[in-house]
Design a protein around this ligand. Structure first.
Ligand code: ADP
Ligand code: ZN
Ligand code: MG
Length: 657
């Protein structure tokens, strides 16, 4: 049965982004390919640093770091002439001249003359070495002789055996140490790819997840089914003795934020068994074969740790239908999926390993995954009903300071259609608002604001509309509200506002359903369409002209009518027949229709016809109630916000049925 409760009608104009689902970030602690690349760059840096280090050490140890004073040849000669330079070494194409600055330099000089180089161990502070380049000059040696300067030619330096050995071995040794370390790291990395235990980030083996069924509210049916799974894990013998077949895989199916991940954790927590959790996306890697290897390893580890639970979150990332026309040839994903299928076939559920998986898009899963012996059980984790929402709110406000006026029931009523994660978010938002407003405890109004904020985006009083726009918005919203007022079975209007909110929503009319709707009759669906069309009709009645502000209304109304024809079998010609589309298996690409071109044409013309009829009715009704429209819109312009009862009173006063 279709759950078609489009309750909590929020007729936000052009606020197509309203009621954004925030899927809470799922923390797997997994690292993406980016991290690997980073690691790689790190290694290069390590390498470069190591090389620089080697060079530096080499320089420090084996090069006599003596500051030569570079002078030009003529200066050099004059330094000899005035007796500053007392010793000259002919060193290849240059002269090194030594001058003495301190007492006790003689032994330094003689040592230099003896070894023909500046010995490392010598205190060279007593001398200054000058250096210059040779020039063909026949008067040079006579000058040296004349001044009595000692001169000699140096041999190419002959380093000691030890130092030459060291300078040779040292870099090589460093290189080898580095290489060893790197290869160990790489081995670790490769193992990390193959084995989860090496790399914790890939796998969360939460022995005790710390989550219990009591932490999950509302999902009673899902919980009942999963309690059975817990029992399998606790007493497998009870079932096998009876000859019963224990399911291998349980697929949790439901919209985002409804608590699928939470439930899987609760199962592990209740059963007290290890919990191997991976997200479908963790399997999908850059390298072909890695995903498959991970699957293999995951199952290997799980078997060692049995009884235990394997939980594959967001399985749609790997479990998507394998298609023949594969765009981009996603071999890796297919290999991973195949490996998963093989592993699931290859073990006996009596080993005590149960595979849980979660998805919010079961329709795109490969049918092979859903065959008996694989995920043969599906548990629906649906959006919570009124009681469920209240219970979830109770859980999430447990630690909060609530003022005595807070009625969770009312908040639950006002948040129809929201999932557990949204409610958790609202509770937190309410607390934040209370802090901001400096309340002593969280009040009912804080909760209401939190709901409005989460539904319609941030309040933005600062956004200024010009008077003409505001007037139009006021009439438009009043049109919605009045039409709702006249439509039998429509939820009562609880608020009309022309305070601009969020992503360009200029105003909105909020209807709180008195109860949850799971079934809508044909008449009620049409009523919904009427209310949506009411905004534009009011504009036309008042200004004889329509605006873009209704585009979101129009698209939703068209959608509903089209669905009535194609999905609910509510058209004249195809009464009680669906007109389906195939699943293309590719995100964002709709499948081909399974009906003729002519039928498509019928759908289009029929949609247009119905919308035209409804619009005419709505418009006629507003025409008749122009007086009410006028009064209410004027009041709205003045007050910006009309509460449900204020609106009701005005409507009663002016409207003619
Ligand atoms: P899903 O996996 O279905 O997308 P999650 O399990 O990740 O949703 O839910 C996200 C968060 O929302 C949970 O951590 C929890 O705080 C809250 N939540 C969702 N559903 C429920 C619920 N039924 N009861 C209590 N908290 C819930
Ligand atoms: Zn509207
Ligand atoms: Mg989840």
């Amino acid at each position: 049965m279709e759950n078609n409760s489009n309750d909590n009608m929020l007729t936000a104009d052009d606020g197509s982004k309203h009621r954004q689902k925030q899927e809470p970030g799922i923390h797997t602690g997994s690292k993406g390919p980016n991290d690997r690349r980073k690691k790689f760059t790190y290694s290069i840096w390590y390498f470069i640093i190591a090389m620089l280090l080697v060079m530096f050490i080499n320089y420090m140890m084996f090069t006599p770091h003596i500051q030569y004073r570079n002078v030009d040849y003529s200066t050099f000669k004059s330094l000899i002439s005035d007796g500053t330079i007392v010793q000259v070494a002919f060193d290849g194409d240059q002269y090194i001249g030594y001058s003495v600055t301190k007492e006790g330099a003689e032994n330094v000089l003689s040592e230099i003359a003896r070894t023909r180089q500046i010995p490392l161990e010598l205190d060279t502070s007593a001398i200054i070495p000058y250096q210059t380049y040779m020039i063909e000059d026949s008067s040079f040696v006579p000058l040296l002789d004349e001044k009595g300067v000692e001169y000699y030619a140096t041999e190419p330096p002959k380093p000691s055996v030890l130092s030459s050995l060291l300078s040779l071995i040292f870099p090589i040794a460093i290189f080898f140490i580095f290489y060893y370390w790197l290869s160990k790291r790489m081995a670790g990395g490769a193992q990390g790819v193959m084995s989860f235990s090496q790399n914790k980030s890939q796998l969360v083996a939460e022995g005790e997840t710390g989550v219990r069924f009591a932490d999950v509210a509302g999902e009673d049916e899902a919980k009942a089914e999963l309690e059975e799974v817990v029992d399998f894990l606790k007493n497998p013998k009870k079932y096998t003795d009876m000859g019963a077949h224990i399911p291998k895989g349980v697929l949790l199916v439901g919209p985002p934020g409804t608590g699928k991940t939470l439930l899987a954790k609760a199962v592990a927590g209740e059963a007290g068994v290890p919990f191997f959790r991976m997200s479908g996306a963790d399997f999908v890697e850059m390298f072909v074969g890695v995903g498959a290897a991970r699957v293999r390893d995951l199952f290997k580890q799980a078997k060692e740790k049995s009884p235990c639970i394997i939980f594959i979150d967001e399985i749609d990332a790997i479990g998507r239908q394998r298609s023949s026309a594969n765009i981009g040839g996603n071999d890796e994903r297919e290999q991973t999926l195949n490996q998963l299928l093989v592993e699931m076939d290859g073990f006996d559920s009596r080993t005590g390993v149960i595979i849980l998986a979660a998805t919010n898009r079961p329709e795109i899963l490969d049918p092979a995954l859903l065959r008996p012996g694989r995920f043969d059980r599906q548990v629906l984790v649906d959006k919570p009903d009124l009681d469920g929402r209240e219970a979830i709110l109770r859980i999430h406000t447990k630690g909060m300071k609530l003022s005595s006026d807070v009625e969770l029931r009312k908040i639950a009523q006002a948040s129809a259609g929201l999932a557990g994660a949204d409610l958790a978010n609202i509770a937190n938002e309410a607390a934040l608002i209370a802090v901001k407003e400096r309340h002593e405890a969280i009040t009912q109004v804080d909760f209401e604001n939190a709901i409005e904020k989460s539904i319609a985006g941030l309040e933005r009083k600062s956004r200024v509309l010009d008077e003409k726009e505001r007037t139009r918005v006021a009439y438009h919203e009043t049109g919605h509200a009045l039409t709702a007022y006249f439509t039998p079975g429509s939820s009562p209007v609880s608020k009309i506002s022309i305070v601009p909110r969020g992503y360009g929503a200029l105003g909105y009319t909020l209807q709180y359903p008195t109860e949850d709707r799971f079934l809508l009759s044909e008449g009620e669906l049409l009523g919904e369409v009427d209310v949506l069309l009411g905004g534009r009709a009011a504009e036309e009645v008042t200004f004889s002209d329509i605006s873009t502000g209704a585009s979101n209304d129009i698209s939703r109304a068209s959608d509903t009518v089209r669905k009535m024809i194609t999905e609910y079998g509510m058209s004249e010609r195809y009464r009680n027949m669906t007109l389906p589309k195939t699943n293309s298996g590719i995100e964002g690409v709709s499948g081909s229709r399974e009906y003729s071109e002519k039928t498509q044409e019928y759908i289009d013309t029929e949609t247009a016809k119905i919308l035209e009829q409804r619009y005419a009715l709505v418009k006629a009704n507003l025409e008749k109630n122009k007086d009410a429209l006028e009064h209410i819109a004027r009041t709205l312009l003045e007050k910006e916000v009309l509460e449900g009862d204020e609106f009701e009173a005005l409507a009663k006063q002016y409207a003619v049925k």
